[in-house]
Design a protein around this ligand. Structure first.
Ligand code: NAD
Length: 286
């Protein structure tokens, strides 16, 4: 039987989440998505209008299908956490059951247990500000959307994961190294995400028998990355200075994600795996 995967953090066909979905679909998985509520309308209409069709083609000639698409906002755990102004916001008001706990309940009702959970989302409202100028609110918002969201997902989806299941997220080496420009507490959020990956690997490993890993990816010109502003410079720097001097495709990350999510990686958990053409190993720009 095909494995069931839930992927949180897809809103177009340009990011890592989409590439992971495609690679998992190639491997025969059944895929459902959690799409950020404010991005849901445009994602669904683009999908319907065929805007993603070129990127949906699988090697068997068929188009990748999603068994379900759920509205989701990973900043809220239960309905009781949602402030009134969000509930009445017109982009949210037309949708329901989009908090993490409610999405987990819907997934359980629609598909039963799942095998694979992918966290491919981040948000840092002050990402363009240096850490030295970041507000408390901006910092905590970055941690809430980009780090606690993983804990929340594992908390709520862990109980519906089959033993032997696997979780991955996406991180960035600004957690360990100074990357000027990756601000607003996003560097802190990635450091937390990597540390939490280890602790969650232990706790969810013992409790549910699932593995938890994270992929530290090189720069990709996704929608989120374009919001940071200097992504083209990062891509150029990486191409010039990595051991392997080439661009990094989202598919290369999708392939490693599929490996980590498969039984081939049954002995790997709590791991931060670099998929960055080796840039992390350099000690000096060349
Ligand atoms: P992306 O724009 O494709 O994905 C980010 C997604 O997060 C979007 O779909 C957005 O709608 C969603 N999102 C934001 N806030 C949310 C919330 N509160 N609830 C639910 N969804 C929310 O961009 P991407 O670059 O593919 O990002 C995916 C992951 O990869 C992120 O964790 C990012 O930090 C990481 N990453 C990206 C790069 C890069 O250069 N692009 C490098 C390393 C790691």
């Amino acid at each position: 039987r095909g494995k069931k995967a839930f992927i949180a953090g897809v809103a177009d066909d340009q990011g890592f989440g989409w590439a992971i979905a495609k690679c998992l679909a190639e491997a025969g998985c059944e895929i459902s998505l959690g799409v950020w509520v404010p991005a849901l309308n445009i994602f669904e209409s683009s999908l319907r209008r065929g805007k993603f069709d070129a990127n949906r083609k699988l090697s068997n000639g068929k188009l990748m299908e999603f068994s379900k698409i759920y509205p989701m906002d990973a900043v809220f755990d239960t309905l009781a956490d949602v402030p009134k102004d969000i509930l009445s916001n017109k982009r949210y008001a037309g949708n329901s059951k989009w908090t993490v706990a409610e999405v987990a309940e819907s997934v359980k009702a629609d598909s039963g247990n799942i095998d694979i959970l992918v966290h491919s989302l981040a948000n840092g409202p002050e990402v363009i500000k240096p850490l030295l100028e970041t507000s408390r609110k901006g910092y905590l918002a970055a941690l809430s959307a980009s780090s606690y969201s993983l804990i929340s997902l594992v908390q709520r989806f862990g109980p519906l994961m089959n033993k032997g299941g696997s979780v991955i997220s996406l991180t960035y080496n600004a957690s360990n190294r100074i990357i000027p420009g990756y601000g607003g507490g996003m560097s802190s959020a990635k450091a937390a995400l990597e540390s939490d990956t280890r602790v969650l690997a232990y706790e969810a490993g013992r409790k549910y028998g699932v593995r938890v890993n994270t992929i530290s990816a090189g720069p990709l010109g996704s929608r989120a990355a374009k919001a940071i502003g200097f992504i083209d410079d990062m891509i150029r720097y990486s191409e010039e200075n990595s051991p392997i001097q080439k661009g990094l495709s989202a598919e290369e990350v999708g392939a490693v994600a599929t490996f980590l999510l498969s039984p081939l990686a049954s002995g790997v958990t709590g791991h931060v795996m670099f998929v960055d053409n080796g840039l992390n190993a350099m000690g000096l720009a060349t």
